[in-house]
Design a binder for this molecule. Structure first.
Ligand code: CDP
Length: 216
């Protein structure tokens, strides 16, 4: 089977950045599964709907046809939405629609298609537990809620969003709570997960630890 490294963890744990660098280093493909949930949220918001509307969310997920540009740009019906899908409100809606089993099923089909030679690094919430349970390396990346809120705050400021730290902290806790508490594919470490706390580590050090675990 094509090898997969899964990197799961809560919001703003640094999993996206780490996953991209590990993929680059190994020459593997990269899957940001959260982008798919964010794209469904974007479609709903554009249609004036809300993540709680299950029927609308399922329709949006089943008709999702994500396209990616040469530099990893995310396109929705030909429009570059790479920046817009990063908004905090979209992340929040994504976590609301991610509780619907039929939405997850539709997105899992797209995720399985990303498993191509020579290998894949996949980040998300359930990559190691549900989507790629046979992955030879399953990383669970965490950090304290405060450290993650500060990281997300800086990221959003850099992207030009106007945000408040308290609001970020509040939204992040709400999202963590929903992602860990849902009945289907809750955020949790796989039984055989490799735990990494990114709080005291630089990105480079975190990447090195994942690569070392992979080479073992
Ligand atoms: O970047 P951040 O960690 O804040 O979020 P994301 O990875 O882009 O995911 C956005 C939301 O999609 C999460 O809060 C989850 O509710 C959902 N998601 C999921 O349920 N399963 C995944 N594999 C990835 C994301």
């Amino acid at each position: 089977a094509v090898p997969v490294i899964t990197i799961d963890g809560p919001t703003a744990s640094g999993k996206g950045t780490v996953a991209v660098l590990v993929a680059k280093k190994l020459g593997f493909h990269y899957l940001d599964s959260g982008v798919l949930y964010r794209l469904v949220a974007m479609k709903l918001v554009q249609a004036g709907e809300d993540g709680a509307n299950e029927a609308a969310a399922v329709r949006a997920a089943e008709s999702l046809d994500p396209q990616f540009g040469p530099e990893g740009q995310v396109l929705l019906e030909g429009v570059d939405v790479s920046a817009d899908i990063r908004a905090d409100g979209i992340g929040l809606q994504a976590s609301r629609l991610a509780v619907h089993p039929a939405v997850r099923q539709a997105l899992n089909v797209i995720q399985h298609r990303a498993r191509r030679a020579p290998g894949l690094v996949a980040d998300g919430r359930d990559m190691g537990t549900v989507v790629f349970p046979d992955a030879p390396l399953k990383v669970f990346l965490t950090a304290s809620v405060q450290a993650r809120a500060e990281r997300r705050y800086k990221q959003l400021l850099e992207k030009g969003f106007s945000v408040k730290l308290e609001k970020i902290l509040h939204d992040l806790q709400e999202r963590d709570h929903r992602d860990a508490g849902r009945a289907i594919a809750p955020l949790k470490p796989a039984a055989d997960a490799f735990w990494l706390d990114s709080a005291g580590l630089t990105i480079g050090e975190t990447v090195e630890k994942v690569l070392a675990a992979w080479q073992q």
